[in-house]
Design a protein around this ligand. Structure first.
Ligand code: PLP
Length: 414
C-alpha cells in the first residue's frame, strides 16, 4: 500500500472572508474583487477592533507617564514589540525598531548605517528586481559617500542570475540590499544563499521583506540577514507602521536617524547622549495605535496558520495563471519557478491602464503601471504591466472572473 501524499490543512475561504468587512463592498452592480493586495492588503476585524479598543480604552502617551493609562499603553506597545520579534524570530525584541514602513526602514539604514560606514570607492549591490524604495535611498547614500552601485541582473523569467555574483561580490562590496520577493513579478529570491555569499566577502545584507512577510514564514536568525524591513499595511495591519529588524551589534553602532524626545539619555545645550536600541531609533511619539494594530494582524495570521494560507495562495496563483495564459494575446510577465501570488501580464495592443479601467468597471481591482520598479520595466522592455495580486481571502471563482473579464477586454479592443 502506498502512503497517501500529505494534503494541505483544510482552509475555509468563505469563513475567512467574513473576517474582512470591506470584502462585502459592491462596486456599482458588481461585488468587489480585490486583487491589489501587493499594493496594500485589507484588514480583518481583529485589527480594526484592536485599534478601536486601543483608542476607546487604553490610549495615552507611552514611556513618559506614571499614570494608569500611560502604563497600559506602554504595556501594549512593548508587548507588540515582543509579538513582532517572535514573528520574525529575532533574537531579542530590542532588535525590532518601529518605523512608518519599509520605505522608512530602508531610509533609516541608508542614512544612519550609510553615514557611518560608506567610504569613497565602496560598492553597494542591488538587483534589477528592486522597488524604488530599495534603490533611491542607496543612490543618495552612495552619492554622499562617493560609493558606487552595482546591479545583479535577471533572466527573462524574472529570476536573479546568480552566476553573476562571482564577478559582482568583491572585497569592495560593503552592502547588499535585496528584495525577498519582487512586487512586480512575484519572484521569490533565494536570499539565504545571497546572504551567505555576501557575508563571505564581508558585506552587510539588508533584505526588503515588504512583499515576503504576507506570504512566507520569516526567520531572520536562520536567514542570518543583518537588516530586514517590512510594512504593516501589506501584512493585513494598519498603514503608517512598519518594522526595521537589525542585528543588535550593528544597530548599537549606528548613529541616530531622527532625533528629539524619547531617544536621548541626557540633553544639555553643550552635548546630548543617546539611549540604546530600540529607543535610539524611535524619536518622538510613535504610532502607538499602529503598533497595536500590527500586533493584532500578526496574531490573526498565526491563528490561521501559515501552511494553510500558503497552500491556498499557491492554488490561486496556479489557477489564475492557467486561466489568464489561455487568453490569446496575453503574455505573462515573470515566470520564475518560485513565485508568490502575483500575476503580471500584458495584452497585445492594449494599454495596461485600459485593462485596469475596464476591470474596475466590473468591480475588479488590479494595478497597472511600472509598480515603482522602472529599472525592472526597462530591462523587460515594457513601460508597465497589469498586475493582479492575490491574498488568502481571494477565491478561485474570483480568479475565473478575472480571466472572463480579460476575455471581454480583448473582444472590446477587437
Ligand atoms: N519594497 C517593496 C518590494 C514593495 O513592494 C514596497 C511597496 O510596494 C516597498 C518596498 C515600500 O513599502 P511602503 O510603501 O509600505 O513603505
Amino acid at each position: 500500500m502506498t502512503t497517501p501524499a500529505p494534503t494541505a490543512p483544510a482552509f475555509e475561504v468563505a469563513a475567512v472572508r467574513e473576517d474582512f468587512p470591506i470584502l462585502a463592498t459592491r462596486v456599482g452592480a458588481h461585488p468587489l474583487i480585490y486583487l491589489d493586495n501587493a499594493a496594500s492588503a485589507q484588514k480583518p476585524r481583529a485589527v480594526i477592533d484592536a485599534i478601536s479598543d486601543y483608542y476607546s480604552a487604553r490610549h495615552a502617551n507611552i514611556h513618559r507617564g506614571v499614570h494608569y493609562l500611560s502604563a497600559t499603553a506602554t504595556d501594549a506597545y512593548d508587548q507588540a514589540r515582543v509579538t513582532v520579534a517572535q514573528f520574525l524570530h529575532a533574537a531579542e525584541p530590542r532588535e525590532c525598531i518601529f518605523v512608518r514602513g519599509a520605505t522608512e526602514a530602508i531610509n533609516l539604514v541608508a542614512s544612519a548605517w550609510g553615514r557611518a560606514n560608506l567610504r569613497p570607492g565602496d560598492e553597494i549591490l542591488l538587483s534589477t528586481l528592486e522597488h524604488h524604495a530599495n534603490i533611491v535611498p542607496w543612490q543618495i547614500a552612495a552619492e554622499a559617500a562617493g560609493a558606487k552601485i552595482k546591479i545583479i541582473p535577471i533572466n527573462d523569467q524574472g529570476e536573479l542570475l546568480l552566476d553573476s555574483l562571482d564577478a559582482l561580490l568583491t572585497a569592495r562590496t560593503k552592502l547588499l540590499a535585496i528584495t525577498h520577493v519582487s512586487n512586480a513579478l512575484g519572484t521569490v529570491v533565494s536570499v539565504r544563499e545571497l546572504i551567505r555569499r555576501a557575508h563571505a566577502v564581508g558585506a552587510v545584507v539588508l533584505v526588503d521583506g515588504a512583499q515576503s512577510v504576507p506570504h512566507l514564514p520569516i526567520d531572520v536568525q536562520d536567514l542570518d540577514c543583518d537588516f530586514f524591513a517590512f510594512s504593516g499595511h501589506k501584512l493585513f495591519g494598519p498603514t503608517g507602521i512598519g518594522v526595521l529588524y537589525g542585528k543588535a551589534a550593528l544597530l548599537e553602532k549606528m548613529p541616530p536617524y531622527q532625533s528629539g524626545g524619547d531617544m536621548i539619555e541626557r540633553v544639555t545645550f553643550e552635548k546630548t547622549t543617546f539611549r540604546s536600541i530600540p529607543e535610539r531609533f524611535e524619536a518622538g511619539t510613535p504610532h502607538i495605535s499602529g503598533v497595536v494594530g500590527l500586533a493584532a494582524a500578526i496574531r490573526y495570521l498565526a491563528k490561521l496558520g501559515h501552511a494553510a494560507l500558503a497552500a491556498h495562495e499557491q492554488n490561486l496563483l496556479a489557477h489564475a495563471t492557467a486561466a489568464v495564459r489561455a487568453i490569446p494575446g496575453v503574455r505573462i510577465i515573470g515566470e520564475a519557478k518560485d513565485k508568490v501570488g502575483v500575476l503580471s501580464f500584458v495584452m497585445d495592443g492594449i494599454h495596461p491602464h485600459d485593462i485596469a479601467t475596464i476591470l474596475d468597471s466590473e468591480g475588479i481591482a488590479i494595478r497597472a503601471g511600472h509598480h515603482c520598479a522602472q529599472p525592472l520595466m526597462q530591462r523587460l522592455g515594457l513601460t508597465g504591466t497589469a498586475r493582479a495580486s492575490f491574498a488568502f481571502y481571494n477565491t478561485l471563482a474570483e480568479a475565473d472572473r478575472l480571466a472572463a473579464t480579460l476575455l471581454k477586454v480583448k473582444k472590446m479592443f477587437g
